[in-house]
Design a protein around this ligand. Sequence first.
Ligand SMILES: [Zn+2]
Length: 120
Amino acid sequence: MLSVREVAQRLDVPVEMVRRHGIGGRVPEATVVALEAEPPAWLLQSRANRTGAPVWVDLECVVCGHAEKERPKKWWPEWTYLSCFRHAPTEAPAPAEGTVRREVDGIGSQFVALVDEPAA
Ligand SMILES: [Zn+2]
């Protein structure tokens, strides 16, 4: 059984859209397979209207490889690396020479964005 969130990721549409079309609770795998095999009008429409930006992005920790999918947020910086909160800063690759690193918390459920920018 899949969660609504997993269904949305599989179909690459927002969670709200899945809910709006009566899919909720725990969803059998067969339901998703059927939607992929014969997409209903709303799913085709959503794909046709896609503006090019991905609905879901893959986030992956540079240290341990933990990965998750998340909806991209407008406030996210352009990061050099992502790292889980629990890793020490020294576990991630060092910033390139001539760059300074700042950290942005709260990416996905457990990531810190490591943003390396040219030193002023
Ligand atoms: Zn990690």
